[in-house]
Write a protein that binds this ligand. Structure first.
Ligand code: APR
Length: 311
């Protein structure tokens, strides 16, 4: 087809925001699928009704999980199906219930959109993306998890605020699992080449790293119900856009490792190149002893979570 197609599985807070952003950017026609059929259909119709004023010429349609055929031949599937955290919960607390959702979604995608690039957002991220990979049987370059882009976006904002500069000009890199032991690589971060430490004092930077690690929980506590959705949606859209337009952006994503960083057979956050070939390359950076130790610790929790999927 001359127009791309983006399937959003899960039409909740993130799914709805994804639909709006994908529409506004005219990335392609958008299809929303949710077990709550009315929610998917209602949000789709509401978005269609913006088109006269927003001027975007893509279609937004919706349906229930009984209508998986509507995702037929989607180019990209972005998966948020599942439940979000409640205050006091960790991402890992979601494993059982969300694994069930991911298993069903993976079957639907495998059957109806066998050539899609799949971006998983559902938490606990690193094990849900692993489950998606196992159940679809898709090649490793076509399944990826959204985490690092969000974590770095949060870091960029906090540094920008502290340094009095635009978050756009903050370059950051993060490795590891999407959890409270993610590994921010400060040595590889800068304000457009200017070392972070020139603009923000060390103690403040340490506080920013800590706030970034707990960034998801901070939003959960403020919202009272549900978890963050604007920044997660914007982050996944950056990944989808890089794929659809073959931009080859370097983005930190949860990707399948096949020996890189000394890790094999799990998905974990690393810098990757996303282009028309999906996850085209995993970029390896040198780690010092401290960073290596943080990555090892982060990997332990990822592996534990993956083992719980029994896949
Ligand atoms: N198939 C399709 N949709 C499903 C399924 C399923 N099997 N199970 C649940 N859903 C739908 C819900 O009906 C709901 O509309 O997924 C949607 C999730 O939306 P929200 O509850 O609003 O959650 P959201 O904030 O969008 O977050 C979704 O992303 O960040 C993660 O931790 C978060 O795992 C959570 C996910």
């Amino acid at each position: 087809a001359s127009r791309k197609k983006i399937a959003l599985i899960g039409a909740g807070q993130i799914g709805g925001t994804l639909a709006l952003l994908a529409g506004q950017k005219e990335l392609g026609d958008v299809v929303l699928v949710d077990i709550m059929e009315g929610v998917a259909k209602g949000k789709a119709l509401d978005l269609q009704e913006t088109r006269g004023v927003t001027k975007f010429d893509v279609n937004v349609t919706g349906g229930g999980t009984g209508d998986y055929a509507i995702i037929k031949d989607a180019d990209v599937c972005i998966v948020t199906a599942g439940v979000p955290r409640k205050p006091g919960m960790s991402r890992d607390d979601l494993l059982k219930v969300n694994l069930d959702a991911i298993a069903k979604v993976a079957e639907g995608i495998k059957h109806h959109a066998p050539n899609a690039f799949v971006i998983v957002i559902t938490n606990p991220l690193d094990s849900m993306v692993y489950a998606m990979y196992k159940i679809t049987g898709f090649p490793k370059n076509r399944v990826v998890g959204m985490a690092g882009v969000l974590d770095t976006a949060r870091f960029q904002y906090f540094v920008g605020e502290a340094a009095g500069v635009s978050p756009q000009d903050v370059n950051a890199m993060v490795l590891g699992g999407h959890g409270d032991d993610m590994v921010p690589l400060l040595r590889y971060s800068s304000v457009n080449g200017v070392p972070l430490t020139k603009l923000v004092e060390k103690a403040k930077l340490d506080a920013i790293v800590d706030r970034t690690r707990k960034g998801g929980g901070e939003i959960v506590a403020l919202l009272g119900t549900g978890s963050a959705f604007y920044a997660p949606a914007a982050s996944a859209i950056a990944m989808a856009e890089s794929y659809l337009k073959d931009k080859k952006r370097v983005l930190p994503c949860s990707a399948y490792l096949d020996g890189q960083y000394g890790v094999k057979g799990v998905f974990v956050g690393v810098p990757v190149v996303i282009g028309a070939g999906g996850v085209e390359r995993v970029l390896e950076v040198d780690l010092n002893e401290e960073e290596r130790a943080m990555l090892t610790k982060s990997l332990e929790s990822v592996k534990k979570s993956v083992a719980e999927t029994k896949l």
